[in-house]
Design a protein around this ligand. Structure first.
Ligand SMILES: CC(C)[C@H](C(=O)O)[C@@H](O)C(=O)O
Ligand code: SF4
Length: 481
């Protein structure tokens, strides 16, 4: 018998029953909820007269529909101007109260994006199965957890039974050798990987990210990387537990303490793939060859290094690919062949569950410190991922650095990552965004999203167009390595 992969170990630890048709029942340790995908699940429970099976496995937080403007936010749920958003957030409050589920409500200082809050609170721990009705649940795999998004009917199923019917995935290891160059971050790595394997490259696989460059990432960087597994087609991405993981988890509010910590740590140390584990597919990347990335199209795989050019459809021989490129460029309002640095940034968004943690904000602040937002940039907003991140950033004076440079400092939430709240792009506007999806209309009807790292977004805010963050040498503190 060959050794086990990390995914195999996590799977086996949670396997309740294997069925003849190849599906399996797995036990879920942690269920995170937000206001968008839970209402029908709660309604289903009500109609069936069921109660959640294990209350303390659940933790809820509103994030997608919360306003990030401090004046609007001050009014709490009742103060949310948009009626649909108000109803969604109110419904989560009501459901949590009715069923007795712990919720971090809108004006709790710990409120934030569910994928930032979970790990930060220690609600996500190594070795857990973690699910949430949200595709970016893959983020939590950074802690050595088996974490993936589920649909609303599965949310109801987990609430009712604490189990889930699943099909086991194949194993894909993405190994990144060497170290990322200075100024190149986990976000660039994630985009470069997607550029390499494509948005369907991970379909059917559980990804394990490994190699020297991944080990060198901080926990924040690892979360950024795992966050974007779903954009590579995989429902989950994970990273082995090491000292970085344990140092991050130790002392978190919901993490085990004392003797329980010692026992947990001993068990968690085994959460890595065995040396003789066999992967169904392996991909290797050389970290030194990764440059800061910018997406030019309407899919995360439509990406180029900042010193590259937008592809010219005339040079693409494959007809399907040429048409997709033409369509994307037409939506994006870009001519084929132009340098990436010629693309303007009308707005800048630094936030989302991909890049709104303290390290991301430090990275952006280092670039804008002592500089001014370009006059041509209509708006540049910095949206911390949670109240804890916000408080930490303010304790470090980062908010003042942003404000002095002409950027906005907002309340936590999903914000302009997707157009489900007041923060939206206007038609035709180009946005330097640290989020994870650049689909048509994602940030607002007709909006044009360019995915970048926090440092790159900050640099675009200063320059008014895309530019290599490494040109801002004094500001750049280096990659996550
Ligand atoms: C609203 C939610 C279901 C959705 C997701 O699953 O990812 C959102 O978070 C997103 O990023 O598109
Ligand atoms: S920040 Fe964006 S990607 Fe993350 S959960 Fe919210 S909407 Fe989805």
């Amino acid at each position: 018998m060959p050794g086990k992969t990390l995914y195999d170990k996590l799977w086996d630890m949670h396997l309740v029953e294997e069925r003849e048709d190849g599906s399996a029942l797995i036990y879920i340790d942690r269920h995170l909820l937000h206001e968008v995908t839970s209402p029908q699940a709660f309604e289903g429970l009500r109609l069936a007269g069921r109660q959640p099976w294990r209350l303390d496995a659940n933790l809820a937080v509103p994030d997608h529909n919360v306003p990030t403007d401090s004046a609007e936010r001050a009014g709490g749920v009742a103060g949310i101007i948009d009626a649909t958003s108000r109803l969604q957030v109110q419904t989560l409050d009501d459901n949590c109260e009715h069923f007795g589920i712990e919720e971090i409500p809108i004006n709790d200082r710990r409120q934030g994006i569910v994928h930032v809050v979970g790990p930060e609170m220690g609600a996500t721990l190594p070795g857990m199965t973690v699910v949430c009705g949200d595709s970016h649940t893959s983020t939590h795999g950074a802690l050595g957890a088996l974490a993936h998004g589920i649909g609303t009917s599965e949310v109801e199923h987990v609430l009712a039974t604490q189990c889930l019917v699943q099909q086991k995935m194949k194993n894909l290891r993405i190994r990144v050798d060497g170290r990322l160059p200075l100024g190149v971050t986990a976000k660039d790595l994630a985009l470069a990987i997607i550029g390499e394997i494509g948005t369907a490259g991970g379909t059917g696989f559980a990804i394990e990210f490994a190699g020297e460059a991944v080990e060198a990432l901080s926990m924040e960087g690892r979360m950024t990387l795992c966050n974007m597994s779903i954009e590579a087609g995989a429902r989950m991405g994970m990273i082995a537990v090491d000292d970085v993981t344990l140092d991050y988890v130790r002392g978190r509010p919901m993490a085990p303490k004392g003797e329980q910590w010692e026992l947990a740590e001993a068990a968690w140390r085994d959460l890595h793939s065995d040396a003789d584990a066999v992967f169904d597919r392996e991909v290797h990347l050389d970290a030194a060859s990764v440059a800061p990335q910018v997406t030019w199209g309407t899919s995360p795989e439509m990406v180029a290094p900042v010193h590259g050019t937008v592809p010219d459809p005339q040079n693409i021989s494959h007809s399907g690919k040429r048409e997709a490129t033409e369509r994307a460029l037409s939506y994006m309002g870009l001519d084929g062949g132009i340098p990436i640095t010629a693309i303007p940034a009308d707005r800048v968004f630094i936030g989302s569950c991909t890049n709104s943690r303290i390290e991301d904000l430090r990275e952006a602040a280092a670039v804008v410190r002592g500089r001014q937002k370009a006059a041509s940039v209509k708006q540049a907003m910095v949206v911390p991922g949670s109240g804890e991140v916000k408080a930490q950033a303010e304790a470090e004076g980062l908010h003042q650095v942003f404000l002095d440079a002409g950027l906005e400092w907002r309340e936590p939430g999903c914000s302009m990552c997707l157009a489900m709240n007041a923060d939206k792009l206007g038609k035709g506007e180009h946005c330097a965004s640290t989020s994870n999806r650049n689909f048509e209309g994602r940030q607002g009807f007709g909006g044009r999203t360019h995915l970048v790292s926090p440092g790159m977004a900050a640099a675009a805010a200063i320059a008014g167009h895309f530019v290599d963050v490494r040109d801002f040498t004094e500001g750049v503190t280096g990659g996550r390595a």
